[in-house]
Write a protein that binds this ligand. Structure first.
Ligand SMILES: Nc1ncnc2c1ncn2[C@@H]1O[C@H](COP(=O)(O)OP(=O)(O)OP(=O)(O)O)[C@@H](O)[C@H]1O
Length: 257
């Protein structure tokens, strides 16, 4: 199902964090939102998922999300991850997934589940490469595996839209590649939106990119198009006076090619 965000505004006590952002995302593409620190990327996701109050429109198919409470938005099929993994460390991978799947369990399904792993969990762990880790406590998974567990939890919740906030932060190069490939597989039948600082990751895996700057859309297009946009170059070079350390650090990679 598609996500269409139109003229999204979010203010915090008069400060405009998001000032009229529009973008859309569709199944089949890995959609990236990038931009310097404070550009408003996470706030967009917070507004879409009901954590922050936004005005404008964010539609999942025909359904307006803005104004709905967080749990209803989850139930409609919009799932998200946070910058820090939010799995239950003391529970196993299977127990984490069981909890995520809980809302679907009828008493009969719960009985069946005691005898084996349910099929949605089996699919999710196969997809995310966690099939050998069902009995592993989440707390001892690698950083990458914890992020994959979060994605698996969204899959067993039947999320149609996955909003992922910096999914590869702190990952090794191999884990980044595995995550990018995982997102490409998931995107074949889900809408995937990735908020990311890692420009190399974006360059390798984005199908379409929206660049935010100071709460507004600065540029949008393919990786090649946004890299070639003089406004994006200006912001990432810091000449607009707003680039941050993270953005400046991204310049060499953004400017390659
Ligand atoms: N709850 C809040 N109250 C007040 N200001 C906030 C709040 N949340 C975010 N902001 C401000 O809104 C602006 C956008 O923040 P946001 O976290 O969305 O940026 P971002 O692009 O995700 O940055 P980063 O890459 O650092 O996560 C920032 O100036 C931030 O300080």
């Amino acid at each position: 199902m598609s996500l269409v965000v139109t003229d999204l505004h979010v203010e915090f006590s008069g400060f405009v964090a998001v000032g009229g952002v529009s973008f859309d995302a569709h199944p089949g593409e890995v959609r990236f939102l990038i931009g310097p620190n404070g550009a408003g990327k996470t706030t967009c996701i917070d507004a879409i998922t009901g954590l922050s109050k936004g005005t404008g429109s964010a539609k999942l198919g025909e359904t307006e999300l803005l104004g709905k409470p967080v749990h209803k938005i989850v139930r409609l099929g919009v799932g998200r991850t946070f910058q820090t993994a939010s799995v239950f460390d003391e529970l196993t991978v299977l127990q984490n997934l069981d909890i995520a799947a809980g809302r679907h369990r009828s008493p009969a399904a719960l009985l069946r589940a005691r005898r084996g792993v349910d099929s949605s969990i089996e699919r999710a762990v196969t997809e995310t490469g966690l099939d050998g880790e069902l009995a592993t406590p989440a707390g001892i998974l690698s950083h990458g595996q914890k992020q994959w567990l979060e994605i698996a939890m969204l899959l067993v919740q039947d999320a149609q839209v996955l909003l992922l906030d910096e999914p590869v932060a702190g990952m090794s190069q191999d884990e980044r590649t595995a995550t990018g490939e995982l997102l490409q597989r998931v995107a074949a039948n889900h809408t995937v939106v990735v908020v990311e600082h890692d420009m190399d990751f974006m360059r390798r895996f984005a199908t379409r990119v929206t660049v935010l700057h100071q709460g507004k859309v600065l540029s949008e297009g393919t990786v090649a198009e946004v890299q070639a946009d003089p406004q994006v170059q200006e912001v990432y070079l810091g000449t607009a006076g707003a680039a941050t350390t993270a953005a400046a650090a991204a310049v060499p990679e953004l400017m390659e090619d």
